[in-house]
Write a protein that binds this ligand. Structure first.
Ligand SMILES: Nc1ncnc2c1ncn2[C@@H]1O[C@H](COP(=O)(O)OP(=O)(O)OP(=O)(O)O)[C@@H](O)[C@H]1O
Ligand SMILES: [Mg+2]
Length: 361
């Protein structure tokens, strides 16, 4: 049934708010005295009610037990004018007994001569589920990255040891045997062949040592992070013809073995990136302690890294961040003071587990 006065109002050029509100795809409500005074079908439907059912219900009946007080508090703040308008996420309570996630925007109005709240509400169940899934898959990715780093480190260590101990041992025996054979030979063609075998075995031993050192630096285990990074930098300077300096504390570093490996690998990837992308001529590494917190900075004077590249990093930077996080610290990459790139790693001391001992003891 149409009310003649409504037709008249519409005819007089007034906007037909009632029709708009009732057809709205978002929930619309009016609350006064903590009781629903008006609700459109969508608002009532959020909690499984009809508009007729929901009008007259107290807010406490429409919110889960754990958020009832918060919601009443928000209503009081708006009614009193303390915070006249609020937009927030909360939960409603479905009549079948489960929470529903909603986003609400409601403001203080005057209704029948007294303060009330008029507002809109939408269901955000899908967003909440999506955010939850996203968070969950991020956590899984992090755990996976940490696990990959860990496994890779263990494998490297294992291969380094096997190479060094087993292959290195065999090659040393070959070299010694060849040297013994050589001593028994006259100076002739056979002696020259034996000389060649001894030289080859020596070269092979050196190369096994180098490969093993690259896979897992024994300096890190035996002397600690600073000597290992210093050696790494020397090799890098020679290989790439880039001037490198290191400025490092002489104090023992209060970090665990795992943190030492993380810091070493982060510096290694930073140097690899400099060699591959930066076109730098100078690299500076600083290792200092601020109380017990370790700070490592790697600066280059190259082309610099753009914000877009930082926002779409590849495995290298993602892996560095994960290692830093896993070691209890964090990593920042920013433009250097005079061009180039500055990478800063902060590692606060972490409690050691029984299986670990300091890298620098
Ligand atoms: N020191 C640097 N100077 C200039 N650009 C850099 C520097 N370090 C990184 N970048 C830029 O940031 C990008 C991402 O680095 P990241 O290490 O994540 O990937 P990548 O080196 O390209 O590949 P990988 O995953 O094999 O390490 C690089 O492709 C490069 O463009
Ligand atoms: Mg890289």
């Amino acid at each position: 049934m149409t009310n003649p006065s409504e037709n008249l109002a519409a005819d007089a050029g007034e906007i037909p708010f009632r029709a708009i509100v009732e057809q709205s795809l978002v929930g619309i409500y009016v609350i006064q005295d903590e009781v629903i005074q008006y609700a459109n079908g969508v608002f009532a439907g959020l909690t499984g009610h009809t508009p007729e059912e929901i009008v007259g219900m107290h807010i406490r009946e429409l919110t889960p037990p754990w958020s009832g007080e918060d919601n009443l508090q928000r209503i009081r703040q708006r009614v009193s004018g303390e915070i006249p308008s609020m937009r927030f996420r909360t939960q409603g309570w479905h009549k079948d007994g489960y929470p529903v996630d909603v986003e609400v925007h409601g403001s203080r109005v005057i209704f029948r001569g007294r303060p009330a709240i008029a507002g809109v509400a939408i269901s955000i169940a899908e967003n909440v589920q999506f955010e939850h899934d996203l968070l969950h898959s991020r956590e899984q990715l992090r755990a996976l990255a940490a696990r990959i780093n860990d496994d890779r480190e263990k494998q490297r260590q294992l291969i380094a040891r096997e190479l060094h101990d087993v292959l290195g041992g065999i090659l040393t025996s070959i070299k010694l045997d060849a040297a013994r054979v050589r001593r028994r030979l006259e100076r002739d063609e056979n002696r020259e062949i034996a000389d060649g075998i001894v030289d080859l075995a020596r070269e092979a031993i050196d190369s096994v040592r180098q490969i093993s050192e690259t896979l897992h630096p024994s300096l890190l285990d035996h002397l600690g992070l600073v000597p290992a990074v210093t050696r790494q930098l020397e090799t890098f300077a020679v290989r790439h013809g880039i001037a490198c300096t290191i400025n490092a504390t002489e104090s023992p570093l209060p970090i665990s073995k795992a943190q030492g490996i993380a810091a070493y690998r982060i510096v290694q990837e930073a140097l690899t990136n400099i060699a591959r992308h930066a076109e730098a001529t100078r690299v500076q590494v600083a290792i200092r302690l601020d109380g017990p917190t370790l700070h490592i900075a790697v600066t280059d004077n190259g082309t610099g890294i753009s914000q877009a590249q930082l926002e779409r990093p590849s495995i290298g930077i993602v892996g560095m961040r994960e290692r830093a996080r896993d070691a209890g610290g964090h990593l920042e990459i920013s433009p250097g003071l005079d061009g180039g790139t500055l990478l800063r790693l902060t590692l606060p001391p972490i409690m050691e587990t029984a299986a670990e001992r300091p890298a620098d003891d």
